[in-house]
Ligand binder design. Structure first.
Ligand code: EPZ
Length: 425
């Protein structure tokens, strides 16, 4: 398994360009199943989760043309069988979107239960509730979700819990259903707005995305379009925190500052300078870093996907900070790895108490995507050398992260672990 080797203590300086949003791209790539014509997607991040989704589409009969590393033409008219291959689908969370899109197009689907980062229990009961509300009969058999509907008819869906995936899948099932669907207590993340903009540009009729009430009037036909994915708010936030943790000065370009407001506000409470421009933010540090408290919330609150990175930063801030993240059952699995680097953190349930101090490089292991990003931030801020294993988690969601960091002055290299075959011995 490949590793990152990081020599810490170097403040990051320079400019970094943010890629397309992973969690918007995963939804929009899956949404092409609903299109009656080919689509061209631009600003698609070159990450392994997207590669897996494209492989799933290709295996199902879609035409995939890689125009360049971030531009892809997808023609799903060749998809005739609403069955998703098991092994590929179970490795990522984004495969859950094939449930809504296949059901929306074929009125039936057979999709393996999704995988994704191990953050504790990640049920899909709200997804199935939405499908059932629209007229589908859903079952789970041998790890596969199977649903059939004589017809999909618009209805009211009230989510018991704020769910990004559940909201997205409900939109997929409703966009070609008969009549009006009203989603209440819907998630409001930027990637849901981006998805609605994509579908509406194809001829869908979706109103209220970005609020907690989304109305979808079913349509019969969705035309092909060329569409550019929004910049990734979490990748941007990750580089903001990396600049702060290394006491650097970095211009983060190709961002939507409004999507970063909760991160900007929280960084400023610790004494970090954040300057906002039209499509960029500059992060710098010129004094002591102070403690703060943090509770993750659905958008527009502080995103749970930024919690590990920010907690790693707080291990460097004077005083004792409190971090609460109860969106998932257990998103603190990386804390034991930070402790190997000297971090003073205790975790009680969904709350971590972080006392600021110094970090010292150590061999550590990425437990999931954002935890891996947190360890990179810690390694760059620590004195000495940090070796991070299981970096495949990181490559799922960050495009060329080591290359982007080297351009900012970080001393980070990939150690390729070639499997040594017996013949070679
Ligand atoms: C999406 O996951 C993102 N993944 C996650 O990003 C992100 O952390 C999460 O939204 C919250 O913003 C993708 O977009 C591919 P949820 P999702 O449904 O849709 C519970 C990353 O790092 N829940 O909003 O799975 C669930 O267990 C990844 O990029 C139910 O109980 O998240 C969780 O506790 C990690 N029943 C909470 O809701 C359901 O039917 C929020 O989950 C659905 C969810």
């Amino acid at each position: 398994m490949d590793k990152y080797i990081i020599n810490g203590g170097i403040p990051l300086h320079g400019e970094v360009v943010i890629s397309g949003a992973k969690n918007a791209a995963l939804a929009i790539v899956a949404a092409t199943i609903l299109s009656d014509e080919p689509c061209v997607l631009e600003n698609v991040p070159e990450i392994s989760d997207i590669t897996i989704c494209l492989k799933i589409l290709y295996e199902m009969g879609a035409g995939i043309r890689i125009i360049d590393k971030n531009t892809i033409r997808i023609d799903t008219r060749g998809v005739t069988n609403p069955v998703v291959p098991y092994e590929l689908a179970r490795s990522i969370r984004g495969s859950s979107y094939f449930m809504g899109t296949l059901l929306g197009r074929f009125h039936e689907m057979s999709v393996p239960m999704p995988g994704g980062c191990d953050l504790g229990d990640r049920p899909i009961d709200q997804h199935l509730k939405a499908f059932t509300c629209l007229g589908a009969e859903c079952n789970i058999d041998g790890g596969v979700v199977i649903a059939k509907a004589k017809a999909l008819t618009g209805n009211q869906v009230f989510f018991d819990i704020n769910t990004v995936g559940g909201t997205i899948n409900a939109i997929f099932a409703a966009v070609k259903a008969d009549g009006l669907t009203i989603l209440e207590n819907a998630a409001k993340e930027p990637h849901i707005v981006d998805l609605a903009n994509f579908l509406n540009s194809m001829g869908a009729d979706i109103m209220g995305a970005g609020t907690d009430v989304i109305k979808i009037r079913g349509v019969k036909y969705l035309k092909g379009v060329t569409y550019a994915i929004i910049p990734d708010q979490i990748e941007a936030g990750t580089y903001m925190v990396a600049a702060a943790a290394t006491r650097g000065n970095v211009l983060i370009k190709n961002v939507i500052p409004k999507h970063l407001e909760s991160i900007t506000t929280k960084l400023r409470t610790t004494g970090v300078f954040v300057e906002e421009f039209d499509d960029a933010v500059r992060v710098s540090v010129d004094g002591p870093l102070m403690k703060t408290s943090l509770k993750t919330q659905p958008h527009p609150g502080f995103p749970t996907d930024m919690q590990p990175q920010f907690t790693a930063f707080l291990t460097l801030c004077e005083g004792t900070s409190i971090v609460t993240d109860d969106i998932f059952d257990n998103r603190f699995r990386y804390v034991s790895e930070l402790r190997r680097m000297g971090a003073d953190i205790t975790v009680e349930g969904t709350t971590a108490v972080v006392t600021g101090g110094k970090l010292i490089g150590a061999p550590v292991r990425a437990t999931d995507l954002r935890a891996g990003a947190a360890l990179i931030i810690a390694g760059m801020a620590a004195s000495g050398t940090t070796v991070i294993e299981n970096i495949h988690h990181i490559e799922r969601g960050y495009e060329n992260m080591d290359e982007k960091l080297r351009l900012l002055g970080a001393d980070i290299k990939i150690l390729k672990e070639h499997s040594v075959s017996k013949q070679a011995l």
